[in-house]
Design a protein around this ligand. Structure first.
Ligand SMILES: O=C(O)c1ccccc1NCC(=O)[C@H](O)[C@H](O)COP(=O)(O)O
Length: 220
């Protein structure tokens, strides 16, 4: 099975270039000011343009994802207009009603992240699935965490056993080059997402870890 992989929290050209050259299918750009990976819109615009040009020069197909947390309409309109992402990832507490509003408002495919610590959490995907292109199953961040994602927390991958999904879905949370093959095999995940597991410090993407992650994910 071909596994699709997203490298999230891209904040430098070297990280984007390495991810594209190593076969990443999606790159995530964070808009959340408390994150060490946060990119103001102007910086995101420049970096996404460089990434698109590099992918096109290499004839690689890569989708660009803007990641937001409980965004208001003004921010969403701004992102859709200025960044023209292929996907917007909703990584907060957006309700199904809010996701339906966003879907009706924007002409951009959506990814909805939900945090998982039980089978019931996985089941909540059912109500979002008709509204979005992909679900992303992430771990619940620790109670004292300032970020809703990108914290390297793992959940029990066996909770995903038997989950089919209306569309291919992402497994996320605490993945790294050494555990990704096991995670894919256990969860039967069609897509994976990583951020801190390919960093050498908060917000510092490590090109060799990106390459190793993609090799191990796609070799599965
Ligand atoms: O990565 C962030 O800083 C971030 C901040 C706010 C919302 C979402 C964020 N990341 C979203 C992602 O898709 C991460 O890749 C996902 O949570 C997995 O992160 P990690 O456990 O570090 O691999």
């Amino acid at each position: 099975m071909t596994i699709l992989a997203k490298i999230c929290g891209i904040n430098s050209f070297i990280a984007a270039q390495t991810a594209i050259d190593s076969g990443a299918d999606l790159l995530g750009f964070i808009y959340f000011s408390k994150s060490p990976r946060h990119l103001p819109i102007d910086n995101a615009q420049a970096l996404m343009q460089q990434a698109r040009q590099h992918a096109s020069a290499r004839a690689n197909k890569v989708n660009l994802v803007s990641v937001v947390v409980n965004p208001d309409n003004e921010l969403l309109d701004h992102i859709a207009r200025e960044l023209k992402p292929d996907f917007i990832q909703l990584h907060g507490h957006e309700t199904p009603e809010r996701v339906a509003d966003i879907r009706a408002r924007l002409n951009v495919s959506l990814i909805k992240a939900i945090s998982v610590s039980s089978k019931d959490d996985v089941a909540t995907a059912r109500v979002y699935e008709p509204l979005v292109a992909h679900m992303l199953f992430d771990a619940k961040p620790p109670k004292d965490a300032t970020l809703p994602g990108g914290v390297g927390a793992k959940f029990d991958w066996t909770l995903m056993e038997g989950h089919k999904g209306l569309a291919p879905w992402f497994l996320a949370g605490g993945l790294d080059p050494w555990n990704v093959a096991d995670a894919i095999a256990t969860a039967k995940a069609p897509m994976v997402d990583v951020s801190s597991g390919v960093e050498r410090g908060p917000g510092l993407k490590d090109p060799s870890l990106i390459t190793q992650f993609l090799k191990n994910a796609k070799g599965s």
